[in-house]
Ligand binder design. Structure first.
Ligand SMILES: [Zn+2]
Length: 96
C-alpha cells in the first residue's frame, strides 16, 4: 500500500492522507449539519467566526473536533461549543 514515495521518508510518515470533506484532524468522515446549528452551539467568542455554508460534525469520540467547515479551514473544538458533546470521550455528563 505504501509504494508512493514522492517526497522524503519523513514527509510520508508525518503527512496523513486528508480525504476531502473529512475531519481535518482525524480524517474520519463526518455528518452534515447546517451552519445554523453550528452558530447556535458555538460559544459567543466563536459565533462570528462561523463562516461558510457547509459544516460537518466529527463523530470520532477521541477527536477534539466537533464541527468543521467543508468550505474552508474552520473547525470548532469540544471546548468551543456550549454543550457537552455526548459522543465525545470525556464529555460530562456522559449518558452512556
Ligand atoms: Zn475528527
Amino acid at each position: 500500500m505504501t509504494n508512493v514515495n514522492e517526497c522524503c521518508h519523513e514527509c510520508n510518515t508525518q503527512k496523513i492522507d486528508q480525504t476531502k470533506n473529512n475531519c481535518p484532524v482525524c480524517n474520519k468522515g463526518g455528518i452534515s449539519v447546517s451552519k445554523v446549528t453550528v452558530e447556535h452551539l458555538v460559544t459567543d467568542d466563536y459565533h462570528k467566526s462561523v463562516e461558510g455554508e457547509q459544516y460537518k460534525i466529527c463523530m470520532n469520540e477521541y477527536c477534539n473536533v466537533v464541527y468543521y467547515s467543508v468550505d474552508n479551514e474552520k473547525k470548532f473544538l469540544k471546548d468551543q461549543v456550549r454543550v457537552p458533546i455526548w459522543f465525545k470521550k470525556d464529555a460530562n455528563p456522559k449518558w452512556m
